[in-house]
Design a protein around this ligand. Sequence first.
Ligand code: SF4
Length: 353
Amino acid sequence: MTKVDLKDLTLPELTEFVVSLGLKPFRAGQIFAWLYRPGIRTFGQMTDIAKEVRQQLAGVATISHLEVAKEERSADGTVKFGLRLDDNEIIESVLIPEEERHTLCVSSQVGCAMGCGFCLTGTMGFKRNLRPSEIVGQVNAASDWLANQGKPPRLNNLVFMGMGEPLLNFDHLITALKILMEQRGHDFSGRRITISTCGIVPKIKALGEAVPVNLAISLHAADDAIRDQLMPINKTYPLDQLLAACREFPLPPRRRIMMEYILIKDLNDSPEQARKLIKRLHGLRCKINLLPYNENEVFPYQRPPEERMEVFQRILRDAGITTLIRTSRGSDISAACGQLAVQGLDDEDMEGT
Ligand code: SF4
């Protein structure tokens, strides 16, 4: 019999499961709270649960755990984790410390099928979707790591901007978000979670209806010709459709959609493109993050000069759009935007697997 991984279950699903074992429903809340505390790996550690119940659970269920196979620290404090899955695939998540706050950049798939023309993850191709437990497990791994460093094991923000397209792993993503937002567990509010999509139009509204999280769009262009070149998904869901879906996203009051725009020299960084962007975004509650391109050996693109980026920003700001130029964190360890690609896990790292 295949054992059930309890970290794949929302609290209502866990309640159903424990009741099916003949246990009282309140046990589910107790177990759930244990699962998401730092360092919990076994039923034996759940000390307020009767020994017979723990033994019964161990016979039918497991508690998965993602092992840190590789850890790299950037000069700016960013930490990139290579996390080993049950089938020995490796995914990456990135912990970004900002003063007293910690943001974790989370992966949703092993590899990615979207093939965006600036992203190293896309060059890996798609391997598989992550299970809910593998999405939530990244948060557990990061909070365990913080606890081991003697820091409070609390993450402030989660951004789904790691490997993969989250909306193509929709059901597992929603389950994972429900687990992460459960008060007895990590207790994230939807305000502190951002899902970033390259533009899977049919799932955008559905996401907002399922969970009250923030939405980020990898926009990167103001016209279809340039976006087609950068992002193959644009041929299926062009900009008009994408921005119409954004307008239908059930945005909670006082929140805005985040538009991510990687600035690439001589491609999408002209004042004309900035003006096109203003027209496209008219009436949409949004803010724009401008991200200078992280140059690499795989793609031919370059980062624009500072002055050009500032001009682009000023045009948008003058039109009343909140616009920030964000400097990427962790680019020296390939942890910045578009750089996650499971590099550097050599044979030695894989020994014993
Ligand atoms: S940018 Fe996102 S959607 Fe595009 S290839 Fe990279 S991981 Fe996939």
